[in-house]
Design a protein around this ligand. Structure first.
Ligand SMILES: Cc1cc2nc3c(=O)[nH]c(=O)nc-3n(C[C@H](O)[C@H](O)[C@H](O)COP(=O)(O)OP(=O)(O)OC[C@H]3O[C@@H](n4cnc5c(N)ncnc54)[C@H](O)[C@@H]3O)c2cc1C
Length: 314
């Protein structure tokens, strides 16, 4: 069976959940082979084996000294050397750039923001603000596929995770942009927005930069906090938390929208959530067209009651 390369997302040797989802998807297509760039593979190997990685290709940490280009060169080389059937990466901003560059090097096609993929590498996409589902397939070369986090449920299946050191002669062009400094972003206790299973977002309806009503509900659920652009543009919440067309794309199991009208640009970033709940005082708000459960009411009254009830049941 042909190998399916899966670019591993990891932090300090911990494999991110999205990688276990990619390995699950890879098993539908062929034999999953994880590609680990940098240190820490020893500690992450068990998680890769648990989700079916038959191989773990470990590439040197020096590749991380540059921005995306060397990683694309590595993936393209591995795809050619190993005769890979497909390459899967998570649909983060950085990985989508790696995916595009890899596809160019291979003379193949790239499919991004994929929400599902089948055994024939036919991919599913949610487009036009989530209003339409399309399917696509790469017709030439090794398909490079960027899958959104939380799209494919991770299922365990044992793999051998045989480790093999790999490397690539990085071209001078790929070394043109060097990483000179890394700043660790304050993460806090909450999960990362794009990976969280539950997201609670606040919009203009929150009414001020006091987002504690949103954060309180999020914390009761172990959720990430998001915001609409109106809230971000008002300076009420930092822009890295913006959900939507010009913000982050999230696909959680549960998305709670507090005081968000449901503009098309906001929907574009959250409509693939498995369950959507909204609290809005306007019964005509467009968000109610897509919710599984809607509450017409003042969020400052509904959300604290919800938070209290959830905390009581813990
Ligand atoms: C090119 C472009 C890109 C954009 N990208 C994005 C994007 O990435 N993300 C994004 O979110 N937007 C984006 N927008 C903006 C988008 O069009 C909307 O303006 C924005 O989403 C509105 O945010 P909102 O729903 O918080 O505010 P509003 O549309 O003002 O809605 C506020 C809602 O809160 C309700 N409300 C008010 N008070 C309460 C209360 N006390 N309790 C309950 N409900 C209450 C109101 O009934 C209303 O429905 C983009 C726009 C453009 C043109």
């Amino acid at each position: 069976m042909a190998e399916v390369l899966v670019l591993v997302d990891h932090v300090d040797g911990q494999v991110k959940k999205v990688t276990t989802e990619l390995l699950t998807a890879a098993r539908r297509i062929g034999e999953p082979a994880a590609v680990w760039i940098g240190d820490g593979a020893e500690s992450g190997k068990a998680a890769l084996a648990e989700f079916g990685a038959e191989k773990v290709y470990v590439a040197p940490a020096e590749l991380n000294d540059y921005v995306v280009a060397p990683k694309a060169e590595l993936l393209a080389k591995l795809a050619q050397d190993k005769g890979a059937a497909a390459i899967l990466v998570s649909a983060t901003a950085e990985n989508k750039e790696i995916a595009g560059r890899t596809a160019v090097k291979l003379g193949s096609g790239v499919l991004t923001d994929v929400v599902d993929v089948d055994a024939d590498v036919v991919t599913e996409h949610s487009i036009f603000g989530g209003g339409t589902v399309t399917h696509a397939r790469v017709r030439t070369g090794v398909p490079v596929v960027a899958v959104r986090p939380n799209s494919v449920p991770a299922e365990a299946a044992a793999g051998a995770a045989v480790e093999e050191a790999v490397s690539v002669d990085v071209s001078d062009a790929a070394k043109a942009a060097k990483v000179v400094e890394r700043v660790v972003q304050e993460q806090g206790e909450r999960p990362e927005l794009t990976e969280a299973a539950i997201v609670v977002s606040g919009g203009r309806g929150v009414g001020s930069d006091d987002f504690s009503v949103v954060e309180g509900l999020a914390d009761s659920l172990g959720a990430a906090v998001g915001a609409s652009r109106a809230a971000v543009d008002s300076g009420w919440y930092p822009n890295q938390f913006q959900v939507g067309q010009t913000g982050k794309t999230v696909s959680p199991n549960l998305y709670l929208a507090l005081g968000i009208s449901g503009a098309i640009q906001h929907r574009a970033g959250m409509q693939t959530a498995k369950n959507i709940v909204a609290v809005n005082k306007d019964p005509e708000a467009p968000i109610f067209e897509l919710v599984d459960f809607g509450v017409v009411g003042d969020l400052h009254s509904v959300a604290p009651q919800l938070t209290e009830e959830i905390n009581k049941r813990k």
